[in-house]
Design a protein around this ligand. Structure first.
Ligand SMILES: Cc1cc2nc3c(=O)[nH]c(=O)nc-3n(C[C@H](O)[C@H](O)[C@H](O)COP(=O)(O)OP(=O)(O)OC[C@H]3O[C@@H](n4cnc5c(N)ncnc54)[C@H](O)[C@@H]3O)c2cc1C
Ligand code: HEM
Length: 411
């Protein structure tokens, strides 16, 4: 238990640390990676270079510190991170390393302002926060390992089938190399894949959402090739998967994780909204709903640049023909000549409030949203404006979680 005095010191210094937040975490990562280069095997280097991970960790530590006397109030946020940590294989010993370098960074950046009292209070508070994460992650590790077909850490899978779904998205069907069963999962969950790419010094870990309904003997992931813009390098793992991972290749996977899952209890209609490769969780959810015979109204909205980039179009259209309670609408921002000649129906343009109002029959629904950060911010605001309740808009970032509020555009 922290003393009231420690709690007061923490709460009064959070604003000071927030001012220096990114400087502290940047310094923290630099010193930690210098002393423990082995940790570069688990951190995403692209996120580091773009400062995305720094922002995520800093925000989480300050949020936790503000709620230090009632961490239960931020339990959903802690669980979301714990899912990610569990899929990465983070262990308690690493919390000690993070704590040491975080505290050192606070001391180095604040200089004389970091009194002994402040440093002791933050050391104690970090321990409380770390213990909360470690406890939750321990339960998650046990659950993942002890369920039927479950496992601990990473397990070898073989690519049984590779299917091109569009010009930019390819699916990989993965079977466990040991031939044993695999754990089930909830639609919307992801696995982490760990790879050693030739020419790269460190192993790389990335998350990919399982794109089919659970209950199959395989896991399927559907990966978009991340081609770098002129001033950016090509994505390391997505390109390696597309170009070098073939049927028969072996890859290492964590057990499924994640809290972006379909709420099967609530009987409201369901609206699945995706942009680009953000459709992978929606396909898993849609398949699970249609395969289970669920009769709730489902609206499937998908935005893509054009028909060539658009994955699973025929599949979704076929489901819409078979299930009268499923409504499907597509939006193309840059239809190709082939699209313009096609009799296939899509809206040309963006998902704006006027159009969403037309296609969503019952706004009192559960919404599931996934796509680029810019897409989600825009659609989130439009959904609120048509009367969607914010606590029923569930969303997933394909990177460190960030805010969807307009003020957070640069995060
Ligand atoms: C929960 C979750 C689920 C996901 N599900 C899916 C899914 O179903 N399908 C899918 O395709 N993806 C999914 N992703 C995204 C996926 O994990 C990867 O992030 C994605 O494939 C890119 O990985 P990469 O190794 O190809 O790119 P990286 O090498 O990690 O690069 C990522 C981006 O950063 C840019 N970049 C790299 N270095 C720099 C630099 N120095 N400066 C500026 N920019 C730089 C690259 O150009 C690229 O655009 C998911 C992510 C999460 C967190
Ligand atoms: C109390 C301590 C910690 C806090 C508050 C914290 C917070 C976070 C947050 C907020 C994220 C982003 C989650 C998301 O994707 O939305 C994250 C991801 C991550 N964390 Fe932690 N973390 C802590 C400890 C650790 C430790 C001990 C390690 C291991 C050394 C670790 C390694 C990672 C990695 C590798 C990622 C993913 C990075 C990426 O994909 O860029 N974290 N953490």
């Amino acid at each position: 238990m922290l003393s009231q005095q420690t709690i007061d010191v923490i709460k009064s210094t959070v604003p000071v640390l927030e001012v220096h937040g990114e400087a502290i975490t940047r310094h923290f990562y630099q010193t930690m990676f210098t002393a423990h280069p082995e940790l570069l095997n688990i951190f995403n280097h692209a996120n580091q270079k773009q400062g995305r991970q720094q922002a995520a960790l800093a925000n989480m530590v300050y949020t936790a510190a503000m709620h230090i006397d009632n961490l239960g109030a931020i339990l959903p946020a802690v669980r979301q991170v714990a899912h990610k940590h569990r899929s990465l294989g983070i262990v308690p010993e690493q919390y000690r390393i993070v704590g040491t370098y975080l505290l050192q960074a606070i001391k180095d950046v604040l200089g004389d302002a970091a009194t002994e009292e402040i440093l002791t209070a933050w050391g104690d508070a970090y321990q409380v926060i770390a213990d909360a994460f470690i406890g939750i992650e321990q339960d998650m590790y046990s659950e993942a390992a002890n369920q039927t077909g479950g496992w601990d850490g990473f397990r070898l899978f073989q690519v049984a089938k590779k299917v091109q779904e569009s010009e930019v998205i390819t699916s990989f069907y993965l079977l466990p190399e040991d031939g044993k069963s695999i754990s089930s999962y909830q639609p919307g969950q992801y696995i982490s894949i760990r790879m050693q790419v030739p020419g790269q010094q460190f192993t790389q870990i990335r998350q990919y959402t399982l794109s089919d309904a659970p209950g199959k003997p395989y896991y399927r992931i559907s990966v978009k090739r991340e081609s770098g813009a002129p001033d950016r390098p090509d994505g390391v793992i997505s390109n390696y998967l597309h170009d070098h991972i073939t049927e028969g290749s072996l890859v290492e996977l964590s057990a499924p994780a994640g809290d972006f899952t379909l709420d099967m209890e609530d009987q409201r209609p369901i609206v699945l909204v995706s942009g680009g490769v953000g459709l992978t969780p929606m396909i898993s959810m849609l398949n699970a709903l249609t395969e289970s015979g669920d009769q709730r109204p489902v609206t499937f909205l998908h935005a893509s640049p054009n028909g060539q980039a658009h994955a699973f179009r025929d599949h979704v259209n076929r489901l819409a023909q078979e299930h009268t309670h499923l409504m499907v609408h597509f939006c193309y921002t840059a239809p190709s000549d082939a699209d313009l000649q096609n009799e296939f129906v899509y809206r040309q343009g963006y998902m704006d409030a006027a159009w969403l109002r037309q296609v969503i029959q019952e706004p009192d629904a559960n919404y599931y949203l996934c796509g680029s950060a810019a897409f989600m911010r825009s659609v989130y605001a439009e959904l609120l404006s048509i009367g969607a309740a914010s606590d029923r808009i569930h969303y997933e970032f394909f990177g460190p979680k960030a805010s969807l509020s307009p003020a957070a555009e640069n995060v």
